[in-house]
Design a protein around this ligand. Structure first.
Ligand SMILES: Cc1ncc(COP(=O)(O)OP(=O)(O)O)c(N)n1
Ligand code: TZP
Ligand code: MG
Length: 208
């Protein structure tokens, strides 16, 4: 499945939640307008069961499901791709295992050089952030809004912004050059279908 060019990118919040709760929440996020979903689970219980259900749910709605960190899990589940950070596997390993059509997203933090290099290696999208303080990843390094502006001029693949993004601060990032907003807490800490719809509305206000 193709990675969308713009929109809300929902990342699962799994800690202390049952698989059923996570599935219900992701369903609500999609109904609210999320265009891509990442299964991120740092303390997995039964990731094959939950991951498999999420693949099924996302595909029912025509939304790609990307697995965080784990190429092998993505292959086993038949997910659409993988998201890789600096401590994870590299793009060549991901392409070898998942095929050349797989979605491969990469974290670039605040580095344009890293983004250019990984775009050349075949990344599907790049992610910058964190832009605001994040209770989901408190130690994530900060990124500058200017990085999005530079990235917009230099890159031709979708640009994802992440980190502490709320409906109230997301438009600033979109106007600076982000194409997608990746969100955990701003969605799943809240009245989620309504929050998803509030993010979704931002994409209609973005400056041309
Ligand atoms: C869309 C998106 N952007 C950034 C990240 C962070 O990836 P990484 O730096 O590998 O950190 P962890 O998520 O593995 O803790 C992401 N997952 N998704
Ligand atoms: C995984 C990740 N990488 C940088 S910030 C972050 C967490 C994003 O979650 P939230 O939207 O709750 O700040
Ligand atoms: Mg990672």
């Amino acid at each position: 499945m193709k990675f969308p060019e713009r929109g809300l990118y929902a990342i699962t919040q799994t800690d202390n939640k049952s698989a059923e709760t996570v599935i219900d929440e992701v369903g609500a996020a999609i109904k609210g307008g999320a265009v891509a979903v990442q299964y991120r689970d740092k303390n997995p219980q039964d990731q094959h069961f939950l991951g498999g259900e999420l693949v099924r749910l996302c595909h029912q709605y025509g939304v790609p499901l990307i697995i965080n960190d784990d190429i092998e899990l993505a292959a086993t589940l038949g997910a659409d791709g993988v998201h890789l950070g600096k401590d994870d596997s590299d793009i060549i390993q991901a392409k070898n295992r998942l095929g050349s059509d797989a979605i491969i997203g990469v974290s670039c933090y605040n580095s344009i050089d890293r983004a250019l290099n990984l775009q050349n290696q075949g990344a599907t999208y790049v992610a910058f952030g964190r832009f605001f303080s994040s209770s989901s990843k408190p130690l994530a390094a900060p990124a500058d809004i200017e990085t999005l502006q530079h990235a917009k001029h230099l890159l031709h693949i979708p640009i994802v912004a992440i980190g502490g993004i709320l409906p109230e601060n997301g438009l600033h990032l979109l106007n600076a050059g982000a194409d997608l907003l990746a969100v955990i807490g701003g969605l799943f800490d809240t009245q989620l279908q309504q929050s998803a719809a509030n993010y979704h509305a931002l994409f209609h206000h973005k400056s041309p």
